[in-house]
Write a protein that binds this ligand. Sequence first.
Ligand code: FNR
Length: 367
Amino acid sequence: PPLDEILNLHDFEAIARQVMAEKAWAYYSSAADDEITNRENHAAYHRPRILRDVTKVDWSTTILGHKSSMPLYITATALGKLGHPDGEMILTRAAAKHGVIQMIPTLASCSFDEIVDAAQPGQVQFFQLYVNKDRNITKRLVQHAEKRGIKGLFITVDAPQLGRREKDMRMKFEAEDPSEVSKTGSKGVDRSQGAARAISSFIDPGLNWNDLKWFKDITAMPLILKGVQCWEDALEAYDLNLAGVVLSNHGGRQLDFARSGIEILVEVVEKLKEKRGLTFPNEQFQLFVDGGVRRATDVLKAVALGATAVGVGRPFLYAYSSYGPEGMDKALQILHDEFEMNLRLLGAPTIRDVVPEMVDASNIHSH
Ligand code: FNR
């Protein structure tokens, strides 16, 4: 269907499923085991306010001190060329055009430098890090990223082993795939169990809390842990003076039956207030959420509860896999339009006016 018939981010998924190569669809859409976490959507409802002047609304914000046109960023997703020959560079260009921040994945199909070179002068990019067993490789990668102007290092901590994504495993990942990662994948990998397994064997399952001091020694970039799932670990990150955490279940691709980001958020905000007197949003220690975000209302619920911004993954992959760069334009335009309308309906002229009282999270109990 023509792009102007696309009304929301879900539409891209339905179309992508029909038009994408089967192997690419399997890798992008798959989740762990029975895909329960991926399907789970937790009930939190809005409590809007009325009779506020919402003639002008402004949904821009700052993320780690950098301007963003929306409280949303493009999260890291591997193997961007499975969906389109230009891969991650489509996301880079769309991010520039629409004023959002892109997180570059370690396992990008394009090389890291290609993706940085595709950015406009002054465009902010983050880097997602999978930590290699060979720390020299990781050190080189991190220091190169910093030298190229990357503004935040998101260390993925929920993947000591890649989740079992059976949809993906049923597809063989072949060496001659144009989509194959350029440099980071290690040699001698088993390609018989899908794309995810094939590219991830270098990841160090030995990574632990004691390693974080080393990261502080080798880089001055803000450090954020991606994949925190309970308040105890968020507290530990705060006590180590990290810049923040992403509350995420990796799009349901890792531990099945993991909780949703928003559910974790409620618990983290409550406990960090109780234990350390913190209030959110907080400049020094920022909370991010990702997973299943398809609407501006999903974002605004997280923002109301204390998140600085929210990551979006699959919808953008589906948008450009189906329609190329125009698909990304459309996806981001849809989100802008949704922010405008929903801020008006919430009675919140700016992101700062989106407060906890605007969400009823009583269905979400913390532990
Ligand atoms: C991911 N995600 C991910 N995360 C990460 O830290 N490193 C990675 O290489 C990848 N790769 C990846 C590939 C694909 C195809 C998907 C769908 C996801 C997880 C991603 O950053 C994020 O946590 C989820 O995608 C968010 O959920 P939604 O928005 O996709 O529902």
